[in-house]
Design a protein around this ligand. Structure first.
Ligand code: CP
Ligand code: NVA
Length: 303
């Protein structure tokens, strides 16, 4: 298996499915009151250059829940803020911690850390990917709908980091993925081309959100302006206005269709309060499952 988790692309379907199955088991054991201590004496470093509620807390809770410990470093805490080279940071951190969990802007940052690190580097979101989130979302869909193979999953809105990781997952898991994105906001062309080759025609990028949700088992939505795109917020509000996941759009989808949002949500923008608070929406199960997935990831990469 790959030594680092930088995107889903480097992993086989079976390797990705392992994380989901193990997370299901760890969740069940936790709910039964079983204590886990397999990472006792181990330490991870969290290096976060963007804000986070769920990913940070769920990685920390996961590590403590397996008996390990965590050092959290925000952007302003390290010498990276004063331009220390990434290759030096990677080699220094490798002497102290058993893995680095990194949230940053460019994918090249995690790639370079990984190139110089002797311990695993785990991508906790970059501008290009959010691989751990998609694993917890797959776990959530599996809990509600069973195996993903043959399902239709719709992505509504920006062709962003989440969309790119979903495309890579489609290439592995063999579900139908239809992304409805405005012109100019499509997912990464290279990722799309590589995953399409793997997915045998199961990935489509279209313009019309109504067409995307017809027959969908899952509707997936995320913010219109991701972290780092705050200056584009007002322009994006206009461009994406017809991509809101609301009751009218959901009326086009089957009644048993579920709605995923990785959170944080901007109610009244990409999703209405009505849909987010509806029984169809599983956003808080997704949030919980991040912790179980992160346990499975940390255990596999460190133990
Ligand atoms: N879903 C997610 O990654 O949330 P945070 O930004 O709060 O970590
Ligand atoms: N696409 C969003 C996801 C947040 C979890 C962002 O990058 O800000």
């Amino acid at each position: 298996m790959a030594k680092h988790l930088l995107s889903l692309e480097e992993f086989s379907r079976d390797e990705l499915a392992y994380f989901v199955e193990r997370a299901v088991q760890l969740k069940r054991e936790r709910n039964e009151g079983m204590a886990h201590r397999q990472l006792s004496g181990r330490t991870i470093g969290l290096i976060f250059e963007k804000p986070s509620t769920r990913t940070r807390v769920s990685f920390e809770a996961a590590m403590y829940g397996l008996g390990g410990q965590v050092i959290f470093l925000s952007a302003r805490d390290t010498q990276l803020a004063r331009s220390e080279p990434l290759k030096d940071m990677a080699r220094v951190m490798s002497r102290y911690v058993d893995a680095m969990v990194v949230r940053t802007f460019g994918q090249e940052v995690v790639n370079e850390l990984a190139a110089y690190s002797t311990v695993p580097v785990i991508n906790a979101l970059t501008d290009l990917h959010h691989p751990c989130q998609i694993l917890s979302d797959i776990m959530t869909i599996q809990e509600k709908k069973g195996p993903l193979h043959g399902l239709k999953i719709a992505w509504i809105g920006d062709g962003n980091n989440m969309a790119n990781s979903w495309i890579q997952a489609a290439g592995k898991f063999g579900f139908e993925l239809v992304l409805a994105c405005p012109a100019g906001y499509e997912p990464d062309a290279g990722i799309l081309a590589r995953s399409r080759a793997e997915a045998a025609g199961q990935i489509a990028v279209i313009r019309d959100p109504e067409l995307a949700v017809i027959g969908a088992d899952v509707v997936n939505v995320d913010v219109w302006a991701s972290m780092g795109q705050e200056a584009e917020q007002n322009e994006r509000l206009k461009i994406f206005s017809s991509y809101q996941v609301n009751a009218a759009l959901m009326a086009r989808a089957p009644a048993e269709c579920i709605v995923l949002h990785c959170l944080p949500a901007h109610r009244g923008e990409e999703i209405t309060d009505e849909v987010l608070e509806s029984a169809q929406c599983v956003a808080f199960d997704q949030a919980e499952n991040k912790m179980h997935i992160h346990k499975a990831i940390l255990e596999k990469f460190i133990a």
